[in-house]
Design a protein around this ligand. Structure first.
Ligand code: UD1
Length: 373
């Protein structure tokens, strides 16, 4: 072949490589992950050179724990549904691991994206790391320093396996540095603020309802699995000066019936089913205060400037504790009533970014995949 033709061929190949798409697979499975995934998938799909596919592990499977979020947040149907369902942690994670590995071997993506700290997060990260597929971890660097929580194990291990670590705040950055993790970290803010801004059209002001109430959710095993503890929680809710609207997670309602706990003994509590994204935000916005053990609700309360009491011994979201916008109550539930009467001090926002996290992440992934690989 003439040297000029060789050159031309080389140039054509370079051009086609440049135009080549790169495949990104996202793994979701539990309620908060659908919420975090919505703005990021939207941002990734805006880049023509990404091909984005998602895997739904099926960790959450009830319509009001899964389908409703896809519909409300307009998320594309996942390319793969694993339908793993509920099981012990080991079994559930193992089932996911096996299926995700098969898909990754078939799809050969350039990057895997995982969110938060659930069993679905760890399964995705483990499968990708063994196949040397770079991992992007959204919500990296969070720590409760409580190893009895499955989430703490999931998030620590996922951070160690990840190539790009997207942290929401300075605190999470420092947590990683303390553990000697320093490569690939990007402070991008909190992606749940993006979802909230999309959902409420940028208007984060709140409306208080005519009949005031507290809005509550609980799902952590240490609050729900022990009969004495859940009875104490229900009695504490029942003794509050405002009615409690309690959106009850399926694991909690299953436990209440298996423990033969009669909910009509608690007239101050209005038990309602788990809510979709919009209704949950509406209930939060209308409430006087929030009572929860969920990480996501602590942040959403903070974004909505709603005082929150968290029924946990510690929190990963320590910025929300500033000036008592979030108060921890755990051992002594008599403190709940008092904590709900406290008026928080000055609100100092901005620590979780401005709600443009998804675009920042998509641009960093683009740079990583096309400029450095
Ligand atoms: C999981 C995550 C937790 C996250 C939470 C959000 C782990 C270890 N935990 O907790 O980090 O904050 O999701 O909600 O990954 N169930 C149903 N229907 C469903 C889903 C669950 O009935 O659609 C019941 C089942 O009885 C199941 C139990 O809830 O055994 C627990 O579900 P699981 O996904 O294991 O943990 P969550 O408590 O939801």
């Amino acid at each position: 072949m003439f040297p000029s033709l060789v050159l031309l061929n080389g140039y054509a190949e370079l051009l086609s490589q440049r135009n080549m798409k790169k495949k990104i697979i996202t793994v979701v499975g539990a309620r908060p992950q659908f919420i975090k995934n919505a703005p990021l998938e939207m941002a990734l799909r805006k880049h023509e050179r990404f091909e984005v596919k998602s895997i739904h592990t099926g960790q959450h499977y009830d319509d009001n724990m899964s389908r409703v979020f896809f519909e409300e947040l307009d998320i594309d149907e996942p390319a793969y549904q694993l339908n793993v369902g509920s099981a012990s942690h080991g079994k559930q994670t193992a089932r996911m691991l096996e299926s995700i590995e098969e898909i990754l071997l078939m799809e050969q993506p350039s990057m895997l994206v995982v969110y938060g700290d659930t069993n679905s997060t760890l399964a995705g990260a483990l499968a990708a790391s063994k196949l040397h597929i770079p991992i992007a971890h959204i919500e990296a660097g969070l720590r409760s320093y409580n190893k009895t929580m499955p989430e703490e194990i999931n998030r620590v291990l996922t951070d160690y396996l990840s190539t790009l670590l997207f942290v929401p705040s300075e605190v999470s950055l420092k947590n990683l540095h303390k553990e000697g993790v320093s490569d690939g970290i990007h402070i991008v803010g909190d992606i749940m603020l993006d979802t909230l801004k999309i959902a409420v059209g940028g208007n984060l002001t709140h409306n208080t309802q005519e009949t005031p109430y507290y809005y509550a959710t609980l799902h952590r095993p240490y609050n729900t699995d022990d009969k004495d503890r859940i009875l104490n929680v229900l009695s504490a809710f029942n003794a509050l000066s405002l009615p409690v609207v309690f959106a009850i997670h399926p694991r909690t309602s299953a436990l209440l019936s298996s423990m033969n706990i009669a909910i009509d003994k608690y007239p101050n509590i209005d038990f309602i089913a788990p809510q979709g994204y919009f209704d949950n935000i509406r209930y939060m916005a209308g409430a006087e205060k929030i009572i929860t053990d969920s990480g996501g609700l602590q942040k959403e309360a903070w974004f909505l400037k709603k005082p929150c009491v968290t029924l946990r011994p510690e929190t990963e979201w320590i910025e929300t504790l500033t000036n008592q916008w979030n108060i921890l109550v755990f051992e002594d539930l008599k403190e709940l009533k008092h904590a709900l009467e406290i008026t928080p001090g000055k609100y100092i926002g901005g620590c979780y970014g401005e709600g443009n996290t998804a675009n920042k992440i998509a641009n960093i992934i683009y740079h990583f995949l096309f400029d450095t690989q």
